[in-house]
Design a protein around this ligand. Structure first.
Ligand SMILES: [Zn+2]
Length: 124
């Protein structure tokens, strides 16, 4: 499925807890009150944003040294991502229906529910 079709058919909602998240503010974080909000939803309204972590963009982000990540292994303030984009690298994201843990970078909630026939991966 193309992202445009996903947006049109499923209608992702804005993240009202933090408007500064990726994909025009529709991604919810995988921790804290944003995750709690995600988990309150019906699973058929939930999608997981998954990164393919074997690509130049993620390798760059993973190895980026940032002030914010003395304890955390990976930069979480957005600087690494911005720097990677400035270098011409682009993330490869997939939006997959339901809740997933592996390689997740966030969650999306849609007004419309997916069903068993819904094509699984949306490329972004
Ligand atoms: Zn950082």
């Amino acid at each position: 499925m193309q992202y445009e079709d996903f947006e049109k058919h499923f209608k992702p909602i804005q993240n009202h807890l933090n408007p500064e998240t990726p994909i025009d503010g529709i991604v919810f974080e995988t921790y804290g009150e944003e995750l709690a909000f995600v988990l309150e939803q019906d699973v058929r309204n939930i999608w997981t944003v998954i990164v393919n972590d074997d690509n130049p963009y993620d390798t760059f982000v993973d190895n980026f040294k940032c002030d914010c990540n003395e304890q955390e292994e990976v930069c979480c303030c957005g600087k690494a991502q911005n720097e990677a984009v400035e270098q011409g690298l682009e993330p490869i994201w997939y939006i997959s229906k339901g809740l997933h843990i592996v390689n997740r970078m966030g969650y999306i909630i849609t007004e419309e529910k997916w069903n068993d026939e819904t094509e699984d991966d949306v490329e972004y």
